[in-house]
Design a protein around this ligand. Structure first.
Ligand SMILES: Cc1cc2nc3c(=O)[nH]c(=O)nc-3n(C[C@H](O)[C@H](O)[C@H](O)COP(=O)(O)OP(=O)(O)OC[C@H]3O[C@@H](n4cnc5c(N)ncnc54)[C@H](O)[C@@H]3O)c2cc1C
Ligand code: SF4
Length: 491
């Protein structure tokens, strides 16, 4: 067993949207930074485009991290670059209405809309954000927009952080072309190039020993794959925790830090995949996998924050599609026999903070109850999505609801009105967990203060998706980067 003792001015834990940015930014600002990441670095040449190889290498639990009742697959990256390596690269900032909601309901009013906008600009430029061009839309995206137009539902294309994309369609299992500009290709190399940033992968932080309101060290295990091969201890003046919304609260809980609500107020923003079989060839698995969306039913108010739902074109690699609700048993076989004719979309239904993360050893237990009002919005979203696909020519539509018959006409959707929706009967995905170290002024109801500092501790900031008081946006990469830049005082 190796025992490693390290020192650094600043220690950053986690290398995703928040941690990768913080490490690069601080190194460029002249600070000595050590970045600790549990996962490994996977270079483009190692991205084999094979699910059985890439899922275990790039994802938390190989992509099989679920909520405790099995109702939601909680997807997270676990590699240098974190979830930005496996994400769909859509670039969506925090909407103004959400900022008003945070100020009105949670007292998070320190930042101006102008500051958030400036942070969005800096982050977007760093990751090469640009608008997807209409000739880049695959047939799946076109069909969604066509169906939306037929029903009078407004749609648009995303901005994304792909540069030089060849449209292979493999985004979810890592880009073999270095086209997706994750933090592993942007902020982290920028920091390394200064000579101020050291990166240690295979370093899983387990505890933050502390005394008199200061974190004294960062302790954890050295890993080879999932095997523990040693231990480390880092002494640093300043700690930035950015292990994501599931693991940042876990590390705090293990360290007896974070106060009474650490791990609570979890938003999963679950998404429901709806698929459809078309008479024409669609080949949704080629081209940019998530390029267009219908936002006609989204809402955002200062009282409620994000609400309603949006529908996004999507394609998954076959294994992920099979696990996440394209169908069951003989129906699933049918879907795969005709996979080139299949299209799909995600119903993205923002939630209120409802869940929590608890610790069982080193592992999180994710409790996530569904509220009746959220389930009703999900029902409406799936109904709308099915109608959109039927309007764009689908012959069959498959809902991610166990036992619900294949939909062949709008009449078949009548049954959805009273169909019981419960966690065990749904197949849902979360790619945007957030809120478990919520920002606020009161240590009894929040974990970090308005400067992103842990209440009562003077040398620990949290800069990741866990700090949002409620769902930040329909997508969380850019919002996390915006927040991190605010936390670092960059704007
Ligand atoms: C499949 C998928 C698709 C997505 N699509 C989009 C999209 O199109 N657009 C968008 O805006 N957002 C998308 N997201 C969400 C977005 O990528 C995340 O919200 C964002 O990356 C979160 O940033 P973070 O810093 O909080 O955490 P992460 O980026 O998840 O990074 C956390 C890092 O911390 C590491 N870590 C965890 N525990 C420890 C520990 N104990 N010790 C050391 N390291 C640790 C993890 O391995 C990980 O690398 C998607 C996410 C996924 C998973
Ligand atoms: S679609 Fe583009 S960004 Fe995604 S994996 Fe292929 S080349 Fe990379």
């Amino acid at each position: 067993m190796t025992n490693l003792d390290l020192t650094s001015e600043i220690c950053v834990i986690g290398s995703g949207a928040g941690g990768g940015l913080a490490a690069g930014y601080l190194a460029e600002a002249g600070h000595e930074v050590l970045l600790l990441e549990e996962g490994v670095q996977v270079k483009a040449s190692q991205m084999t485009q094979r699910e059985e190889q890439m899922l275990p290498l790039l994802y938390r639990d190989g992509g099989k991290q679920f909520s405790a009742d099995g109702g939601v697959a909680v997807l997270q990256g676990r590699a240098l670059g974190g979830s930005t390596v496996v994400n769909m690269a859509d670039v969506v900032p925090v909407p103004g209405g959400v900022l008003a909601h945070w100020a009105q309901v949670y007292g998070v009013d320190r930042f101006t809309p102008q500051q958030w906008a400036k942070a969005a600009g800096i982050a977007a430029q760093a990751i090469g954000a640009n608008r997807i061009q209409s000739h880049e839309l695959n047939r799946n995206a076109q069909l969604l927009l066509e169906g939306g137009r037929a029903l009078g539902i407004a749609g648009d294309v995303f901005e994304h952080n792909r540069v030089g994309c060849v449209g292979s369609g493999y985004c979810l299992i890592g880009c073999a072309y270095d086209a997706k500009k994750s933090t592993a290709l942007t902020w982290i190399p920028r920091g390394v190039a200064t000579g101020n940033l050291r990166v240690k992968t295979g370093a899983r932080v387990s505890r933050l020993p502390h005394k008199n309101g200061r974190v004294r060290a960062v302790e954890g295990q050295l890993l080879e794959g999932h095997k523990v091969v040693g231990r480390f201890r880092v002494k640093a003046d300043r700690i930035i925790l950015a292990a994501g919304a599931i693991h940042s609260p876990l590390i705090l809980q293990a360290s007896l830090l974070g106060g009474p609500v650490v791990g609570k107020n979890l938003s999963l923003q679950p998404q429901a995949p709806v698929s459809a079989r078309f008479p024409e060839t669609v080949r949704m698995f080629r081209g940019i996998p998530q390029a267009a969306y219908l936002h006609g039913r989204e809402t955002c108010t200062p009282e409620q924050g994000l609400g309603g739902f949006r529908i996004e074109s999507v394609s998954a690699t076959p294994g992920m599609a099979a696990v996440n609700g394209v169908g069951w048993g003989p129906e699933l076989l049918e879907v795969f026999r005709d996979y080139t004719h299949m299209g799909a979309a995600l119903c993205l239904v923002p939630d209120a903070p409802m869940g929590q993360v608890r610790r069982k050893g080193f592992r999180p237990v994710i409790d996530y109850p569904f509220s009746p009002s959220w389930l009703e919005r999900l029902r409406e979203a799936m109904d709308t999505c099915a109608r959109v696909f039927l309007a764009s020519g689908a012959e069959q539509v498959y809902l991610p609801v166990v036992g619900f018959p294949v939909v062949e006409s709008t009449t078949d959707l009548e049954a959805l009105k009273n169909w019981p929706l419960a966690p065990a009967s749904l197949s849902l995905i979360s790619s945007h967990p957030q809120g478990t170290c919520r920002m606020g002024v009161d240590p009894q109801t929040s974990v970090v203060d308005l400067g992103f500092g842990l209440h009562g501790v003077d040398n620990l900031q949290i800069l990741d998706a866990s700090v949002f008081p409620s769902t930040a946006s329909s997508h969380t990469m850019l919002p996390v980067m915006q927040a991190a830049l605010l936390g670092l005082g960059a704007v």
